[in-house]
Design a protein around this ligand. Structure first.
Ligand SMILES: *[C@@H]1O[C@H](CO)[C@@H](O)[C@H](O)[C@H]1NC(C)=O
Ligand SMILES: *[C@@H]1O[C@H](CO)[C@@H](O)[C@H](O)[C@H]1NC(C)=O
Length: 403
């Protein structure tokens, strides 16, 4: 073998090694998914590298995915799309154009991206909102809330909340021809977190008269207390969202100070004064046996109280909706929760389903055995996967039957 072919052989072996990811048996489109995973991993490595060089914050570098995926607001024959502002927060608005008798449905949608990246203009989100507007005859308000690391909690939540509150005013609903009895909030991942938090806070707001008909939470992040749940352990390195990236997202939501991230990574960030909150995320009671598998529940290990004092946000139900009291949960509307088996956030969603049901809320829980975090978005530019189409169609059908 000549030197050239030896180099070629080594290079191909390294590339194959880099791209190859062991995937669960039941995943479809395996090679496509490996390429997608390698792409995301590469962006993560590059972001880590430029941060290490001191050129950019990690999240600013990750934001490049959002920038590359950007599409301008473009109307088509069925939906009018415009970028505008509601209550001084940028939103992308989707208005169905087809002739219909009667009022339309309404949806406020929050995109995912760990409170740090993502945007309404990402092709995958644009497509989802456009499809929702067209297929459900719904006015969709997709919210460009401000992001970390520039802005921290509660800014993201407050932007999400003020847009929703603005939209729910009866004068605004009638301006857009929306039926006040057929409105929902929805979101995926960090957006599911915002949707759940917004739905809870609306219950106590004396200024809001319109009630939500449903909330739809797609693999939502719902708590920061226990970052070592069985799903975090089982799915530490599954496609798209690793445990370490999720911890980075959580900590950046509150601060760029790395001491919170380090404490979260060792799951010793909650001060003993907050021990009463652990009952709300006690997976020993809240998870079904098939998800507990052979994991053994251990009591929480507490951290220093200074972190909790400096960044009280991570103990706030507006950031961690699973920490709400039962009395609060009781008022919530019909809820759709999608969870994916191979997702670090799986148990957040499953525990919320348990708590909502115990509080008497009607919940439809769709659990995808063959899916990973973010799967519902993979129907076009990010990657075109059968599982993405299936989950997205299921979600749309549920909304069509229930909203
Ligand atoms: C508009 O709606 C029609 C009828 O439902 C459909 O056939 C067509 O593909 C839609 N156009 C776009 C751009 O989605
Ligand atoms: C969690 O639940 C288990 C089983 O019911 C119980 O033994 C344990 O004390 C609970 N832990 C906390 C912190 O609530």
């Amino acid at each position: 073998m000549g030197t050239k072919s030896l180099c070629l052989f080594i290079a191909s072996a390294l590339i194959a090694y880099y791209i190859y990811t062991p995937l669960p048996e039941n995943f479809q489109d395996r090679w496509k998914l490996m390429l997608i995973t390698a792409e995301f991993r590469t962006v993560g490595h590059l972001a880590g590298f430029v941060e290490w060089l001191g050129l950019m914050h990690y999240m600013e570098a990750l934001m490049l995915i959002t920038v590359v995926e950007y599409v301008p607001p473009t109307s088509d024959e069925n939906v009018t799309v415009t970028d505008t502002e509601f209550s001084n927060v940028p939103v992308r608005l989707y208005l169905p154009r087809k002739q219909s008798s009667g009022l339309k449905r309404g949806m406020v949608y929050f995109h995912g991206g760990g409170w740090c990246v993502g945007g309404t203009g990402m092709k995958a989100y644009d497509l989802l909102s456009r499809k929702t507007a067209d297929q459900l005859n719904a006015v969709v308000v997709s919210v460009d809330y401000r992001l970390a690391p520039k802005y921290h909690f509660p800014v993201q939540f407050e932007d999400a909340y003020s847009v929703t509150k603005f939209f729910l005013q009866s004068s605004v609903l009638s301006q857009y021809g929306v039926d006040p009895n057929r409105i929902c909030v929805a979101g995926d991942s960090a957006g599911g977190n915002l949707a759940a938090a917004v739905a809870q806070q609306l219950l106590d707001d004396p200024e809001v008269k319109t009630k939500l008909k449903v909330q739809a939470l797609l693999y939502p992040a719902l708590q920061t207390l226990d970052l070592n749940l069985p799903s975090y352990q089982d799915n530490e390195n599954k496609p798209i969202l690793s445990k370490s990236l999720m911890i980075r997202f959580w900590s950046e939501y509150f601060t760029t100070d790395s001491s919170l991230r380090e404490a979260m990574a060792s799951n010793r960030h909650v001060p003993a004064e907050s021990s009463h909150l652990f009952q709300f995320v006690n997976w020993s009671n809240l998870l079904p046996d098939e998800l507990k598998k052979d994991h053994v529940y251990t009591s929480p290990v507490y951290g220093s109280s200074s972190l909790g004092k400096k960044y009280p946000g991570f103990l706030d139900p507006r950031a961690a909706p699973l920490l709400a009291e039962d009395a609060k949960l009781r008022g919530l509307p019909l809820t759709y929760v999608l969870t994916c088996e191979h997702d670090v956030l799986r148990d957040d969603g499953v525990m919320y389903v348990s708590r909502l049901r115990e509080a008497g809320v009607q919940v439809v829980h769709s659990h995808a055995e063959d899916a990973f975090h973010g799967a519902l978005l993979f129907v076009s530019s990010l990657g075109d996967l059968a599982v993405g189409h299936r989950l997205s169609n299921q979600y749309m059908k549920w909304l069509n039957d229930n909203l």
